[in-house]
Design a protein around this ligand. Structure first.
Ligand code: GLN
Length: 499
């Protein structure tokens, strides 16, 4: 009994090691992303539509490479080597961006800096593929399979993600997004140092703290493993492929969308052609695919934060408070703050509802999440309705949007993750997690595309049209997200009973 009570209250130290490592990594990911489109438009002189697509291409590939990183880790490297290599690569990528941003300008006169920009992002995409899936799965392996503390462990881990995002975004906005394009490089330098710190911390603690309750070391290189060095030799090839994809995609030949389509079909084929699956397994897998489809609508609208919503904050919003003008990129931070504060509150709400037998089932929670997302954009539509040229909108609307979006995230993101865990047959656990990552990849790609439709009053090009709907004003633009998220919420709500 004594042992049990200790088990129910405290967590293994390894959790805090993973927390710290992930915190520094998210500092670097979100910190860099927060200022990326501003750097691209204000220092590298790209237009907003191009910068948006570039952002979408980058973040989408970031979610695609974990497919490869997860596979290599299972077969050859193990979690530890993958995390260390991935972390070092990402730090290297950030330092390459620092180098690129130190001699910034348009591509016509600064071609070399632009190549360095591609190279830095490419190295980070490859690095993330090794890092992200491995750190997330190690959290679970610190506990025995039936341990009730696992859910709480993932909540604590999610707090680490958002704490890192908060610290990183604050620092990069303050030192990078200053109004002087020469300062963006300091943001990238800070991100590189943060990533290096995370890697050093992980390396220092891994042997001491990363073991199962029985004391077996976790995440070591799989016993039957040749090919460790062979994988290193393949890294430049992988990098070259990623750079090719990124370059082609941002130069008018969209290759990422078909690639994602092929990946989804391939995975579905691998899973459904397995004859050993039971009818119940197949039903569960179908639910994962259906839910993942709806999640695309969520993240595509949500991930406007570092793109169109940052353009909006930069150009159309009054950012002065108590005589101090806040950097446009700092507003994305509200999401991390609301999540850190809101996660424990949300857990209390579900528990309280659960006690009355009224806790909504997971698909319904996710539909509620989508409805909150639509509500966030609806508030924004009120803010920009009949906006006169030259007039700036109060920051209240963006703050309200981020609040509603964060509540939505808490209804959908952690719940979706655990749903995938519960429904996936053990045999296909990682592959179905990959489906969830792929939904993120597709969503981020779509997010970049949608942001490229952000109306530019100075542009002489014809207004963009989607399904016969013309986007001529900010109101039209934000309304697209209201309608798409609300429609997705409604359909998911209607079918949630069946799911
Ligand atoms: N904010 C979370 C993270 O960075 C989830 C993001 C997502 O799934 N798109 O891990």
């Amino acid at each position: 009994p004594l042992e049990q009570s200790a088990e129910s209250t405290s967590h293994p130290r390894g959790l805090y090691l993973l927390f710290a490592t992930e915190m520094w990594e998210r500092f670097s990911y979100y910190g860099m992303r927060a200022v990326l489109v501003l750097f691209l438009t204000k220092a590298m002189m790209m237009d907003k539509a191009f910068a948006s697509k570039f952002y979408g291409g980058y973040t989408s590939l970031v979610y695609l490479t974990p497919l490869i990183g997860g596979f290599i880790s299972d077969r050859y490297w193990g979690n530890r080597r993958s995390i260390l290599t991935g972390g070092l690569l990402m730090a290297l990528g950030q330092f390459t961006l620092f180098f690129s941003a130190s001699n910034y300008g348009p591509e016509s006169t600064h071609a070399f800096s632009h190549w360095m920009l591609y190279l830095g992002l490419g190295v980070m995409i490859v690095g993330n593929g090794f890092f992200k899936p491995n750190i997330s799965s190690m959290v679970g392996s610190l506990y025995s399979p039936a341990d009730k503390r696992k859910d709480a462990a993932y909540t604590i881990f999610y707090m680490g993600i958002n704490l890192g995002s908060f610290i990183g975004n604050t620092i990069t906005s303050l030192i990078g997004d200053t109004g002087n394009p020469a300062d963006f490089r300091w943001a990238f330098l800070a991100c590189g140092i943060a990533m290096l710190l995370g890697t050093v911390v992980f390396n220092w603690g891994k042997d001491k703290y990363l073991h199962t309750p029985e004391g077996v070391q976790v995440g070591e290189t799989p016993a039957i493993s040749g090919g460790i060095m062979g994988v290193y030799a393949l890294l430049p090839v992988l990098l070259a492929i990623i750079l090719g994809i990124l370059w082609l995609d941002s130069n008018k030949l969209s290759v990422i969308a078909p690639l994602l389509g092929i990946a989804v079909i391939g995975i579905a084929f691998m899973i459904f052609s397995d004859k050993s699956l039971s009818g119940a397994d197949i039903k569960g897998i179908m639910v994962i695919f259906i839910v993942s489809f709806f999640v695309v609508f969520f993240w595509a609208a949500f991930e406007q934060a570092p793109a169109s919503l940052t353009f909006f904050a930069d150009e159309q919003m009054n950012r002065t408070i108590f005589g101090f003008t806040l950097p446009a990129s700092i507003f994305q931070n509200l999401n991390a703050i609301f999540v850190v504060v809101g996660a424990p509150l949300m857990a209390m709400v579900w528990t309280a509802l659960g006690r009355r037998g009224a806790e909504p089932p997971s698909p319904l929670k996710m539909a509620i999440g989508l409805a909150f997302l639509a509500a966030g954009y609806l508030v924004m539509c009120f803010g920009v309705h009949d906006l006169q040229p030259g007039v700036k909108v109060s920051m209240f609307f963006l703050v309200a949007l981020y609040f509603l979006h964060s509540v939505g995230e808490l209804c959908l993101s952690p719940i979706g993750l655990s749903l995938v865990n519960k429904l996936a047959p053990a045999k296909f656990a990682s592959l179905l997690m990959a489906v969830w990552f792929l939904a993120n990849a597709a969503a981020n790609y779509l997010a970049g595309y949608m942001s490229s439709l952000y109306p530019d009053p100075k542009s002489t090009a014809p207004a963009p049209v989607i399904l016969g709907y013309h986007i001529t004003s900010l109101y039209d633009f934000f309304m697209v997200f209201v309608v798409s998220a609300a429609a997705a919420a409604l359909i998911l709500f209607l079918i949630s009973g069946k799911l």
